[in-house]
Design a protein. Structure first.
Lengths: 154, 154, 154, 154, 154, 154
């Protein structure tokens, strides 16, 4: 049985409070990372239907600062399903500014003892969904090889 | 004037409390990310001597779970200085287990209006410090090129 | 100039963590109230375009408990605009269970000194939007009169 | 066996910290709601002698703003006992200003599985205590009827 | 002009939530210390009429553990006024158990630049109030001398 | 079997955020106390090898204020081992200023039911370690006697 990939989406809107900022009134990086992990976690859990734990975070680039009082929207959707893992893409916007694009949080599906277990494979509603999924798969493989190359060459 | 790179180090030991965990008693990924950002921020601030803001997070891989009651040590040291940016490497260990190795948090040096400003270039006490620094520089360039290649090929 | 009422909507998905619960693992009422106020605040701020403060909370009824690990969706939309006030309706659901329906958070539009100032009046895209708005207006007037009556009679 | 209604009282004094405010230095509505729920919960738990959960919140009206640094006193006492429910009235004052008067938080008495169970009926020390109690009972019935009327008429 | 010493009192009732405990479900010492400091701070602020900062903490002894779900009452009252300082005694009880007795938090009265300034001297309503105050003064002097002795002798 | 006393050390570096301060931007005393208790707890746990709970706090003197944005270093090491208790000394510095020196947090070693159990006695690597330990023992005894005297005389 397959599960539709679009099940794994989540949205969270937040207002940046003094509680969330450093002493020059811009958001503390760690606060936004925690919000992103939480929203990505919900997307992964909705798809998996059971417990998941974060295994990696990649490509988080802050393009624009967030100030106290700003309203921020955190959106997450699934981009890849491995044997036991779920990759979630997270975007952050504020009004019309892009704050963070295409950050990747990967989770692993676990049983009650915390052991990784297989995750159901995805189905796609549209041709486009499938194409994006395949492209991300290639990109990930390319990146993995490149990283290995860079470790050897340096 | 140069500044010794070893100025930019910070250590933080923590105990994982129920407050920090998800409902199956392992640490919430976002909590650990916030702790890491905070420890990296201190290393960057110590070196820069003034305000810095997080601009990117990369290569965070959780190798082993952290349970409630575990004591965790977060260590950070500077690995690269750009024109206006400071790259900090973060390691997380618990007792003798490695939890996270070589995660990279990059900060940009900012003035009071939040504009990026030049950061002082580093000096090195030992030959080894210099070699590690140069290796990381190559690795970063290699990775950048590879990422560009992967975007084109996919 | 009028502003479309549908501008004032906000959504926030959350996972209930141990941090949010009482000692029998169901959500602490105060935690959910704070989440609802925050999501309602965002809806009001988006419509008002400037600062707002909470002035009243009404009709919050918890129909079903929320347990640790549950994923919860908080949705808010504007139901009435007074001279200086904005009424926001908040709904909370978890999976398919209704947790809270039609709770009302009212905000007042304020200037930098915290004084109440007029809020722009709403326009409507559909006939239905207008009908719901007028019905809520009547309901509020009816309730106000009834409350006065109940105070006298008791 | 009856239990004296005055057992169900609680008081909490707090100072408003930056942590509790929005970006214009007045208390965040949700923070005060959480404090009120917590103080009402203590009153209900003291009377019930076992676990209770919040089931409804009503008539919270903020009469005056609270600023950072203000000292606030939250007082709660029981106003009505149903078969399985406990109604708690909450008042908030700061120095001599009334911030919130007669907000009502209702709790239900639950067993270990979260099922509602009967709560012991109240006794009264003074004639006045009994009169206030009876008046509140009438007021609640009147309000309930009025709300039904308003739903039909609108 | 003198000020009545009984102005400087504060009470706070709290319920111990999972959020406040270590991984074996008893309250984290640091959490209770923060609650005590906050309640003592309110007593000192009420008496001083302006800003105060904590300068010392002494004689905090936990006589009995606090478990998740316990209701705790923190009471504070002023025991001594120095030239610029205010000593506050803090007691913690839960149901009828004494958790902490006679812990002392001392605050210094500060102006807007954080410099210590004189604090108004106390008046007493009853003979007993005055006797307790004088006894505490002697006790403090005795303790100071003893500490000096112990440093020399060791 | 003895255990080396130097096992019981812990360090935590922190940055003071708006979240941690009162409304005049200096750290809230209770926040620093909680940080100190946490760092002392880690030192005690490392030495004990199992659960410990805070039993007393003594001699916390704030010599210098901490402002928002300050980087603070909290260091803890064991100074005395009783039959079932562990005394930890905590120092706090910021840049080169001493904030708090020689504050003492004592913990008791507990089993799973929270009962106090014997703690392993310490060994020493250097003569100096032993001398400091013995001096602290004398100082504690002296202080105890003095306190008794002061209670009688006043």
């Amino acid at each position: 049985m397959l599960r539709n990939i679009s099940l794994g989406t989540a949205v969270s809107e937040k207002v940046v409070l003094p509680n969330d900022t450093n002493h020059y009134s811009t958001i503390f990086g760690g606060t936004l990372l925690a919000w992103m992990d939480s929203t990505a976690f919900i997307a992964a859990r909705k798809y998996a239907g059971n417990d998941v734990v974060t295994v990696s975070v990649d490509n988080v680039v802050f393009r624009s600062p967030l100030n106290v009082g700003d309203i921020v929207k955190i959106s997450s959707h699934i981009t890849f399903i491995g044997n036991t893992s779920i990759e979630v893409c997270v975007d952050v916007t504020s009004e019309k500014r892009k704050i963070i694009e295409n950050a990747y949080f990967t989770f692993v599906n676990v049983d009650k003892d915390g052991k990784s277990i297989p995750v159901v494979q995805p189905s796609f509603k549209t041709k486009e969904e499938k194409e994006i999924y395949d492209m991300r798969k290639k990109q990930k493989e390319c990146k993995k090889q490149a990283e290995r190359l860079c470790l050897i060459s340096s």
